[in-house]
Design a protein around this ligand. Structure first.
Ligand SMILES: Nc1nc2c(c(=O)[nH]1)N[C@H]1C(S)=C(S)[C@@H](COP(=O)(O)OP(=O)(O)OC[C@H]3O[C@@H](n4cnc5c(N)ncnc54)[C@H](O)[C@@H]3O)O[C@H]1N2
Ligand code: MOO
Length: 392
């Protein structure tokens, strides 16, 4: 058995960065920017008004001043001309500030009578003018690599970048194994259950920017597994679920070896997740990660191992899930010899670790928002003790 950190290192060594592709900006959210995006223009492209009001010369922006309105500047339609002494241009938010103007007096600070305005004595401090290029300038960059957020998409749009170069999304073939499994919506036989973690992992991998494909459930036979693996040849990563342990029907390791798996490791000193395996299906074949079948084990291993691998494949920093510290809400017994990832809830800086950690319990899985991490052999802890945790 190897330690979690060693397993992660071995996985990162197996993960190969994928190529790039150029896609429409509307499809870019959640993808990883592979090349710096470069602004094609200044924003704003002109000195613009931040408010509805009157553009006046800086020296005319004094309480009590009486000015003559000579025209209008609206968003999309500038005033062609300059503002002279004693003059004002009616202006609206987003409109170009006319030449000569150094201040926009908001309309609430003005009394208007025909073409004449009188500035009241309430004039605010700022000029209400947004300088040209004050947001970004042509040539400014959004640096790669970076997972694009909806906010990034807004910025890229305003930089006039309709298509972006992103890392290709890793193709993940998800293989569930077991005679006992049927899909949600099917009618299970008396000894059957519904696949669950396959769907959880599918969602998790999508969040990590991958394109998972759920293959038909492989039955507990060599032939069925071989046929299913065969459908996964074009994947970047094959993730199997179940059949990883030592039972008579746990065939994944044996069949994968028969199909050319060059195994990197099998078994990790962690709880849950011990029977994890990984390797590559031949020199040019897909990477393979075999997850344990227990629903919690599969989701924990998906979070701790597979999601970071998917990030690495997309060119993001090669790093383990970040850990934070919270204060324990109760007593906790000493840990055993394996690193323990315990379902927990974090509220503020307080962590409550669930009393049952049975790796089959999906209700507690859904209830958790954190995995408390306990080092091998950690001594008993008491309320207020610091505990490391990972978002889950
Ligand atoms: N004698 C031993 N028995 C077991 C050991 C051991 O070291 N010695 N390890 C235990 C540990 S730890 C785990 S974890 C499990 C993992 O076993 P497998 O990876 O072989 O998983 P299965 O036996 O196929 O399934 C376990 C459990 O999970 C259910 N399952 C499987 N796939 C799914 C799915 N896609 N969706 C929902 N549920 C699934 C399956 O029905 C079983 O109940 O082995 C222990 N045993
Ligand atoms: O380690 Mo198994 O993964 O406990 O449930």
């Amino acid at each position: 058995m190897i330690a979690v950190a060693e397993a992660l290192e071995a996985l990162f060594a197996l993960a190969r960065p994928l190529g790039r592709e150029t896609i429409d900006l509307r499809d870019a959210c959640g993808r990883v920017l592979a090349e710096d995006a470069v602004a094609q223009r200044d924003q704003p492209p002109f000195d613009g008004s931040a408010m509805d009001g009157y553009a006046v010369r800086a020296e005319d922006a004094v309480p009590g001043k009486v000015l003559t309105v000579i025209g209008e500047s609206a968003a999309g339609h500038r005033y062609h001309g300059a503002v002279g002494p004693g003059e004002a241009v009616r202006i609206f938010t987003g409109a170009p500030v006319p030449e000569g103007a150094g201040h926009v007096v908001i309309q609430e600070d003005v009394e208007r009578d025909g073409d004449r305005i009188t500035l009241t004595d309430r004039l605010g401090k700022g000029t209400n003018i947004r300088p040209a290029g004050g947001d970004f300038r042509v040539g400014d960059r959004l640096s790669a690599p970076r997972r694009l957020t909806p906010r990034d998409v807004a910025l890229l749009a305003s930089m006039n970048i309709p298509r972006v170069c992103v890392a290709r999304a890793p193709k993940v073939a998800l293989i569930s194994t077991g005679d006992e499994l049927v899909l949600p919506g099917d009618t299970p036989g008396p000894d059957q259950i519904i696949v669950s973690n396959t769907f959880g992992l599918d969602a998790l991998f999508r969040q990590a920017g991958a394109l998972p494909r759920m293959l038909p459930i492989a039955r507990d036979s060599r032939e069925s597994l071989i046929a299913t693996f065969d459908q996964a040849r074009d994947a970047d990563l094959i993730v199997t679920i179940g059949g990883a342990s030592v039972g008579d029907h746990d065939l994944v390791g044996r069949v994968a070896a028969e199909l050319g798996l060059d195994q990197s490791f099998y078994k990790v000193a962690m709880r849950p997740g011990k029977p994890l395996m990984a390797g590559r299906m031949g020199a040019d074949g897909p990477m393979m990660i075999g997850l344990p079948g227990n629903p919690v084990s599969a989701m924990v291993c998906g979070t701790i191992f597979v999601a970071p691998v998917l990030e690495a494949m997309q060119g993001l920093k090669v790093t383990a899930a970040p850990r934070r510290i919270a204060r324990l809400a109760h007593d906790l017994p000493a840990n055993g010899p394996r690193e323990h990832y315990m379902r927990a809830r974090v509220e503020g800086d307080r962590i409550e670790i669930f009393p049952s950690q049975d790796s089959s319990l999906l209700t507690l899985l859904a209830e958790a928002n954190a995995l408390a991490v306990r080092a091998p052999g950690a001594p008993a802890a008491t309320p207020g003790d610091p505990v490391e945790w990972i978002a889950f």
